[in-house]
Design a protein around this ligand. Structure first.
Ligand code: 5GP
Length: 181
């Protein structure tokens, strides 16, 4: 196995565990939406682009994929709760069955913003899906599909970055504390 990048402390979730869990979530969504003609998956850029692509390819229920981009923390591993929409959907979601797909929920501010914003557009239904959720107090946002709970450390890989690095790692790893604090 190749040596870990010097910024990385340890691998938290291996590639095969991620792929297995993504398949389980896709199967759960397929079951929940059996009766529905069409679902809209909304991937949140940039962090959820890999998860959205893998989830979409594993789902069998008919669906389209769209994306939104939200302001991130920049290079800082901290949040003041301010969330900004940077790129909006191509099409309206009125009367559509929507699933918003996030990479990770930490304080919950981003998911809360997304939930309120999308609910305001009168979808037929709205569910939330996140691959990772940090084990800490977060806002009370409904999370319908959760992949894994993670400790309160900065993680990278499988789409998640630090200063735009490490996104393409196939596993999820904790950064060394001294890199981000
Ligand atoms: P929240 O608004 O829930 O505090 O944070 C959610 C957003 O912050 C995520 O969509 C992600 O962009 C970013 N984020 C939170 N924790 C981490 C982390 O450990 N690693 C990375 N790469 N991004 C994170």
């Amino acid at each position: 196995m190749p040596a870990l990048h010097p910024d990385i402390d340890r691998i938290l979730i291996a590639e095969d565990q991620i792929q297995k869990r993504v398949a389980e979530i896709a199967a759960e969504i397929d079951r929940d939406y059996q009766e529905v003609d069409q679902v809209v998956l909304i991937g949140i850029l940039k962090g959820a682009f890999i998860f959205t692509a893998d989830l979409s390819r594993k789902m069998t229920v008919p669906h389209s994929v769209d994306f939104m981009a939200i302001s991130s923390y920049g290079d800082l591993a901290s949040s003041d709760g301010a969330v900004r929409l940077i790129l909006d959907l191509r099409k309206p979601i009125t009367n559509q069955h929507v699933i918003v797909v996030e990479d990770i929920v930490d304080t919950g501010h981003t998911m809360n913003y997304l939930y309120q914003t999308l609910m305001g557009r009168s979808p037929a239904s709205l569910k939330t899906c996140t691959l990772f959720k940090k084990k800490r107090d977060s806002l009370d946002v409904p999370l319908d599909y959760i992949g894994f709970e993670l400790p309160d450390v900065w993680v990278v890989g499988y789409g998640l970055d630090y200063a735009d690095k490490h996104r393409t790692l196939p596993y999820v790893a904790a950064l060394k504390k001294e890199v981000y604090s």
